[in-house]
Design a binder for this molecule. Sequence first.
Ligand code: 16G
Ligand code: ZN
Length: 534
Amino acid sequence: MADTILSAAAKHPKPEDKSFKYGTAGFRMKANLLDSVVFRVGLVAALRSRKLSGQTIGVMITASHNPPEDNGVKLVDPMGDMLEASWEGYTTILANAPDAEVEGVYHKLETELNINPESPARVIYARDTRPSGPTLVTALVDGLKAARAEYTDYKLLTTPQLHYLTRCINTEGTPQSYGVVSEKGYYEKLGAAFARAIKGKKISGPVIVDCANGVGGPKLTELLKYLPKALEGGIDIKVVNNDVLRPESLNHECGADFVKTKQRAPPSSKAGPNDRCCSLDGDADRLIYYFTDPEHGFRLLDGDRIATLAASFIGDLSREAGLADELKIGVVQTAYANGASTKYIVNGLGLPVVCTPTGVKHLHHAAKNFDVGVYFEANGHGTVVFSPQALKAFNTKSPESPAQAGALETLRALTDLINQTVGDALSDMLLVETILAHKSWTPREWDLTYTDLPNRLVRVEVTDRYMYKTTDAERKLVEPAGLQEQIDGLVKKFKDGRSFARASGTEDALRVYAEAATRAEADDLASKVAALCK
Ligand code: 16G
Ligand code: ZN
């Protein structure tokens, strides 16, 4: 007989002195603290699925760009979106219940949320390459069994692949079908869409892809089999940092987070001047491009650059397709977006920009208010979402010229190439490669579209980060009282100055961001604001 929730919970005891919170990216911490949390996430996944009449819920076990000894877990809603916000709270409540009370809290949620315990519960799950993954999967499965859920183990996947599969399962056989429900289906969809998107264009030279020694390495290697090869006018991808056998190498001095925060290439990089390079993070949902300019040294092409590139390309295609007046195209950023990128989108591209708090769920939500919503965090996490009206327009508009037909076909290909469920480094990389090929641009030309304002991000140790409360998409502090006025006073003294402070959602610290006209001034402003905040 299967364990009851009570007896199963006893096998996955909660560390007594620990409290947990479902944060910006689910639960994330040292892997050895996560066993009880993952077990209980299994229970929540079953409840969530029952609440939604048996639609399939996804569970991903990953700690993204964090060090190898960390792990994490997050839930994926049926359309491949992040878990609905109100459920983050329920998940937190269950994660913090004493072992003996887990069953009671579970049934209380069931009653309060009006969940029929006899409804089917369906869950799929996957994990990244961390050594702690398999043990945590055991805890998850114990939770799923105790809650009588049906489940499928998709083993090793990138986070965006799990989001893709979740949506595919829930739309299978409907007009909104998102693709074939298998890992192979994902590769086939991307491969075919990429071939259509680059048709007749030439991709110059190789792209060197740093896979952070994570799950993106083997998955990209697999995807290559489905892509048009270099000799056929396709793409030449060189996979580096693809060692998933040495766990300690994961995200170590490589990967998108390293490159973005250190503003340098991985030390292991053998790339030459002007070589086109990019880095994924440990679960392949972030992407950062870069190259070394013989004159100016290391040049970073971050999430802001990918957003501007995508928005300008899709904007141009919509005009060529004769759809510019019908479709509302917009860009969503966070306060971390470089001020120069925002200016370029508004003044250069003539598109609206919306700013939201940090965290993909906020950006994704805001992007859905546009027909074509382009969203990227500066750290390289983002995608493009298309409204049903946009999809309809691309599919039904009758072209009046060969140029219009071409633009429409490229737009249709992009809607398949882009993973609309969540930021996907593999899909985003093929998108960037497509755009560079269409524009016949090297990274240098991409870099020249605008000049970033010098900026500095500092991490400030504070006694209580929860003291710092913000408003206006995290750009202004409302508490502690009076602090924002002091920051404003400082900012005024700097040409092109901008600065804000916000509590991190993933670390016990405050983050201070500053930009200004020169490197020295940006550094100075950041350190002065940090000193004020301490
Ligand atoms: C999480 C978020 C990421 C955000 C980061 C901010 C998701 C899937 N991930 O990793 O988007 O940029 O947190 O971290 O939403 P911070 O709050 O520590 O600055
Ligand atoms: Zn990630």
